[in-house]
Design a protein around this ligand. Structure first.
Ligand SMILES: [Zn+2]
Length: 323
C-alpha cells in the first residue's frame, strides 16, 4: 500500500466539509461525514447557519473547527466627519494617533518572540525525525500558538477601540517588506501588518472610511506646520525623536511620530474630500500633491463603498476547539 500523502510539508492539516457533509446536533455536538460525532468546546455561538466547516489539526496536535458564516455588515452609529485619526505605526511605539494617543509595543511580544527563536535554534540542532526532534517541534508550535493568540487579542482590542471612536482612519500602506526596509528586521513586523489589515476589515464592516496613503508619502520628513520637508530623513534620522523645523519662517518643534500622524491625517482628509467630489478627481490637490512621489497609484480608499451591495460578507470564524 502507498504511503500516506501529505498535502504540504507542514504539520498543520486541514479537511473541509461542505453543507451536506456536516450536521450540528441539538446537544452542541458536530457530526462530520466519515468521522462521526465530535464534541465541541464552543468559543462563541454561531451567528447564522454555517455553509462549510473546516477541521484543522494544528501543529501542536490540537484540533479546531472553523465555520464559514455569512454575516450582514453591521454599521456602528456614525461619528462626526472630523472625528478621525492618522495612525503612525513604528518601532519605538506601536502606534501614535491624534492628540498624541499612543499604543506601546507590548513587552510580551518581544519576550515570546525571543523564546521562539531560542526554541527554534534548539530544534535545528536535533536530528530530524528523532523523538527529541518531534518533542521540540511540538514545543515550538505551542510557543507560536501562544504568541499568536496574545498578538491577536492585543490587535483586536486596540483596532476595535480605534474604529469605534473614529469615522475615518488614515494609515500608511505598509506591508511586511516595506516595514523591514524602513525599520530593519524587527520583532513586531507581523503584528504591524496584521494590525493594518484588521483596521481595514473593521472599517469596511462598521461603515468607517479607511484611507491607505502611499508608502512613499514623506509623513516623517514633512513639517506639519509649514509643509516643508525639514524633518528627519533616512537611516541617519531613525533615532531622531524630536526636531525643530529649519524653515526660518516656521521653527515649529515636533515629536517625530505626532508630526507623522498629523501629516497622514491632513493627507487622508484630502483623499477623502477628493473621493467625495467624484471618481475622476480622485487624487488630492494642493501642497501635499506637489510633495508626493512619482507613484500616483498607491492610494486606495475603502470603507462603506467597498462592501458588497447587500452588505454581506463571508468570513471564516474559528469558533471552537475539539474536545
Ligand atoms: Zn516648518
Amino acid at each position: 500500500m502507498a504511503r500516506p500523502k501529505f498535502k504540504k510539508r507542514s504539520h498543520r492539516q486541514t479537511a473541509r466539509f461542505t453543507r451536506t457533509a456536516f450536521r450540528l446536533r441539538d446537544n452542541g455536538a458536530l457530526y462530520l461525514a466519515g468521522i462521526g460525532e465530535i464534541k465541541i468546546a464552543w468559543s462563541r455561538t454561531l451567528p447564522a447557519v454555517p455553509s462549510s466547516v473546516t477541521l484543522i489539526k494544528a501543529a501542536t496536535g490540537k484540533y479546531f473547527v472553523s465555520f464559514v458564516v455569512e454575516e450582514p455588515g453591521e454599521p456602528m452609529p456614525p461619528r462626526d466627519a472630523d472625528e478621525d485619526t492618522g495612525i503612525d505605526v513604528g518601532l519605538a511605539c506601536f502606534a501614535v494617533m491624534r492628540n498624541g494617543r499612543r499604543i506601546e509595543t507590548p513587552k510580551f511580544l518581544r519576550k515570546q518572540e525571543k523564546r521562539i527563536a531560542k526554541a527554534q535554534r534548539a530544534l535545528s540542532r536535533k536530528q530530524k525525525g528523532s523523538n527529541n526532534w518531534h518533542r521540540q517541534r511540538v514545543r515550538v508550535a505551542r510557543l507560536h500558538e501562544r504568541v499568536g493568540n496574545q498578538r491577536r487579542d492585543f490587535l483586536h482590542k486596540h483596532s476595535t477601540v480605534i474604529v469605534r471612536e473614529n469615522q475615518a482612519v488614515y494609515v500608511e500602506d505598509l506591508d511586511v517588506q516595506s516595514i523591514q526596509e524602513r525599520f530593519g528586521r524587527l520583532a513586531n513586523d507581523q503584528a504591524l501588518s496584521a494590525f493594518l489589515r484588521m483596521l481595514e476589515a473593521k472599517c469596511a464592516r462598521y461603515g468607517r472610511d479607511f484611507v491607505k496613503v502611499d508608502r512613499y508619502f514623506p509623513s516623517t520628513q514633512l513639517c506639519s506646520s509649514c509643509l516643508e520637508p525639514t524633518g528627519p530623513e533616512g537611516v541617519a534620522g531613525l533615532n531622531v525623536r524630536k526636531w525643530t523645523c529649519s524653515n526660518p519662517r516656521c521653527g515649529a518643534t515636533h515629536d517625530r511620530d505626532e508630526n507623522a500622524e498629523a501629516n497622514l491625517r491632513a493627507f487622508g482628509r484630502e483623499v477623502l474630500a477628493a473621493g467625495r467630489k467624484g471618481p475622476t478627481d480622485a487624487g488630492p490637490g494642493g501642497e501635499l500633491k506637489r510633495l508626493r512621489s512619482a507613484d500616483e497609484s498607491g492610494i486606495s480608499r475603502h470603507g462603506a463603498a467597498s462592501r458588497s451591495p447587500r452588505g454581506e460578507r463571508t468570513e471564516p470564524v474559528t469558533t471552537a476547539a475539539v474536545r
